[in-house]
Each structure stands twice: as structure tokens, then as C-alpha cells.
Design a protein around this ligand. Sequence first.
Ligand SMILES: Nc1ncnc2c1ncn2[C@@H]1O[C@H](COP(=O)(O)OP(=O)(O)OP(=O)(O)O)[C@@H](O)[C@H]1O
Ligand SMILES: [Mg+2]
Length: 252
Amino acid sequence: MYEVVEPLIELKDVAKSYGKNQVLNNISLKVAKGEVIVLIGPSGCGKSTLLRCLNGLEEIQGGSVLFRNEDLTAKNTDWKKIRQQVGMVFQSYHLFPHMTVMENILLGPTKVQKRTKEEALQQAEALLQRVGLSDKKNAYPRQLSGGQQQRIAIVRALMMNPVVMLFDEVTAALDPEMVKEVLDVMLSLAKEGMTMMIVTHEMSFARAIADRVIFMDSGHICEIGEPQTFFTSPQTPRAQQFLKQFIHNSYN
Ligand SMILES: Nc1ncnc2c1ncn2[C@@H]1O[C@H](COP(=O)(O)OP(=O)(O)OP(=O)(O)O)[C@@H](O)[C@H]1O
Ligand SMILES: [Mg+2]
């Protein structure tokens, strides 16, 4: 296992609880620039909470989170700035129904980043082409399939020029035939060197895209490994047991 020397993101002993329920314990992790981390583990183990701690959607009770050496637990953290740099895509895409695809995509760059429409438009056209949806720019979200809407949600996040992208089960709500088109967009981002943290139940995809796989259980990091090693010979009994349920799942 390699060592990350200059981490883009560093979690040190992060602890998170909801009331008395401690959901993250002793989470320490360094993520390098350009690295793709896949988080897996049973339902309720804390994967979504961990991602949410990285863009200020959750307050932590112990430890620290550093992003480009900036301590995000500091009181004066500029979350508006950080959230532009940390793009997040969820299972549900939440596009505005009354706005066209292009209007949805241009909202963040023009309203939040105060960029000119002309300049943002160029980037939007390029990204839409890249995800194969140039012909949908004037459509409304309800006129798109789930997979198409999710690709638009990814474009919307990329429009902010993030430094890292967080993906939380972005294909979990999609019909099986639409899963691949979304995973392919993520694979192409990884190839371009985007730093990503991905929660997924698509194990073959995890294996194909991850530089490192993190297996979590009950709020702990149980095991960290390179995908080849992790998927062929998981070290902990808990990971071995977890992986058994995915034997028939394939992505190619
Ligand atoms: N807003 C909240 N208030 C109280 N408890 C919460 C809240 N969000 C999550 N939890 C609890 O924190 C724990 C971790 O939840 P989390 O959503 O991070 O799990 P997960 O690994 O993403 O699960 P899944 O695979 O089902 O999405 C769970 O026990 C959950 O019930
Ligand atoms: Mg979750």
C-alpha cells in the first residue's frame, strides 16, 4: 500500500455522532490529488455521513478535516467557497423542474460564481457534448430519462470547476439499462485525473475505477486496499462476508 505524501483531503480521527449514536469513529484517511477512492460497506455504516462531512453538510464532534491544508473544522471556514471546490452528486438529482437543462446547468456558474453567461455557456456546451446530451439542452428534466438526468446533474456539478467530486450512490435509483451510461461518465472523469470519492454498490465498477477501496463497518474504516487485492483476498472476515453477496454483479 502506498503512502499519500501531500494529501488533497485529510481526515484525522474524525468522530461524528447524532445524539448518542456515534456513526463515525476514528476515521483517518489521506486522499491524494487525482486519486479515486471507492467507499463500500453495509447500509448504515456511515458512508454518506463521511462524504457529507467533507462539504460541511455535517458537523463533526471530534478530529479534523483538512482540504488543501485548510482546516474545515475552523469556525471561519468559508463553506460557500469550499462547496464550489467539492462537487457532490447524490442518488436523487434534484434538477429544477421548471428550468431547461441549460438553465439548470448555468444557474450555479452565473448566480454563485458570477461568471458571464457567454463564458459559462461555452463550458456547458462542451460538457453536454462530453456526456452525449447536446441535443437535450432545451429539454425540461421531465422529458429526460433517469440516466440522462443524472448525467446532467454531474455536468451541473462539473460546471463549478470542482477540485474533487463526491458521488453518493448515483446509480442506485436508476433502471439497470441506464446505469452504465452514468458509470461511463465517471470512468472518463477518473481517466482525466479528477479526484473522486465514490460510494457505490456496483462492485465490478468499483474494481475498475478505484485506486483504493475503503471498506467501512459500523462507523469504522475496517479495511483499505488496492482493488485487485481487496476484491480477490479481503483480509477481514467482515469484508469477506460482505463481498459474498455481490458475486453475480457485473459491470463491463
Ligand atoms: N440526519 C440524521 N440523523 C440521525 N441519524 C442519522 C442521520 N443521518 C444518518 N444517520 C444515522 O447514521 C448512521 C450512518 O448513516 P449513513 O447514511 O451515513 O449510512 P450509509 O453507509 O450511507 O448507509 P446506506 O448504504 O444505507 O446509504 C446510520 O445509523 C443512520 O441511521
Ligand atoms: Mg448512504
